[in-house]
Design a protein around this ligand. Sequence first.
Ligand SMILES: [Zn+2]
Ligand SMILES: [Zn+2]
Length: 175
Amino acid sequence: MPSCGIKECKVEHWSHYCNVCDKGNSDHLPKDCPQGISIYHGTKVSNISSIIDNGLRPSTHGRIGSGIYFAGGDVVLDITKHRGDGNGLVVFKCRVNPNYCRTGVHPTWTGVTKAPFNEWCLTDSTKYALIGVLLVDGIVDGDINIPHGTIMVTGHCKFRGNITVGTLQVGGTEF
Ligand SMILES: [Zn+2]
Ligand SMILES: [Zn+2]
């Protein structure tokens, strides 16, 4: 049976491509890429399945240009709560190659963040991998398929589809 040598990987192949560092024959899963940094992106819970299937969508206008915006976990949680419609939210923890990011310091967002915060704008939307998702309230209609990832559930969540994850955690917001 061909094996790429990565313990967690069950795919029968000889080499494992890492899209984060672009190595054709890597010794790690993309979510563990040593060239990446772990940062967060949040949105409404209703977007979760389409993002897991199709990836995060770059925004066309943002403070530091077009791309996928990331920040630290606490900041993203505060911003996503503020932007939400009260029907639940999801925060994606991702491994991102910082070489493909513009970075900036966002000034304090009055009433939302306690201080200025770092933000990353990923300009090549293929250079990240999903580590896990944090779900806070809301209804998930579609399937969730992240076999190597973590899903953390907090508050009142309802699942109507099939869930395939590496790790399921209930409660807490630190991941
Ligand atoms: Zn593999
Ligand atoms: Zn890598």
